[in-house]
Design a protein around this ligand. Sequence first.
Ligand code: SIN
Length: 314
Amino acid sequence: MIPPVQMQSPVIPPAASLRYRRALPMTTPHPTRLEIRPFDAPCGAEVRGLDLSQPLADADFAAIHRAHLDHHVLVFRDQRITPAQQVAFSRRFGPLQRHVLHQFALADHPEVLIVSNIRENGRPIGLGDAGHYWHSDLSYKERPSLGSMLLSIERPAAGGDTLFADQHLAFEHLPAALRAAIDGRRAEHWYLCKYAELQARSPWRPDLSPEQVAQVRPVAQPVVRTHPETGRRALFVSEHFTTRILGLPDDESRALLAELFAFSTQPAFVYRHAYAEADMVFWDNRSLLHLAGGTPDDQRRLLHRTTIEGDVPT
Ligand code: SIN
């Protein structure tokens, strides 16, 4: 049994008082009157006062960067931006990564993955079941993702939420016995871990070519990683991509992973994002797991995802 976690007071010092306001005029482009409003949730904040279709002032970039580290999920409302503008904003944080299923990238912007359940002429226009299991994006690469951005283009009348689980809190609340069991351990992450299961549910999922398989060979990652910018430790295993804990017998590894998956995604650590029209959501894959909450079959959902490359986890 997982002991329930009481979360009356936040572990992170409350950032509710943070305001990032600067006087005009300064440099070109001008910084805006930016406001960060934390959600009443274990993680997440809304960023107000920014139009992502405009060039970003260095001071605004610095404020967003800080807020991203503090809150792990940022929501920018009403961002009616083009793929080129999403790519330009994403690139401010680092080089972009392309998804191995290039079939679902935008033709003229290969860094943009189409996440959608929409079919045109019987064919899926995007990766309809992305995020079906809890995961951290591209944890199966040697350099997993720093963060990802999802721009909501078409949202369903019901469902379609994305859930985020704070893995710093998960690590900090981990029972001592579990902590001891994973101390110093590494685990294997593999893109194909659940692929056959997903293909059985979604037969439109393509088989991978030999070149694609070669891009996603299994990698070993620390079970607990240290955030390279804040120094906070976070659990770094997921139901979607972690196959086994290295150095343990199979049955022990399976049992331990099952405990970690259940513990790390319990509601006390989760912010659930229900999209408004043209929401842009930017999260930190070094701090969070995320999950697509599911969309009813008769509803259309379309988002554009960009993914920023991060460090080799330590
Ligand atoms: C993802 O895992 O990147 C997609 C999440 C979602 O569709 O809500």
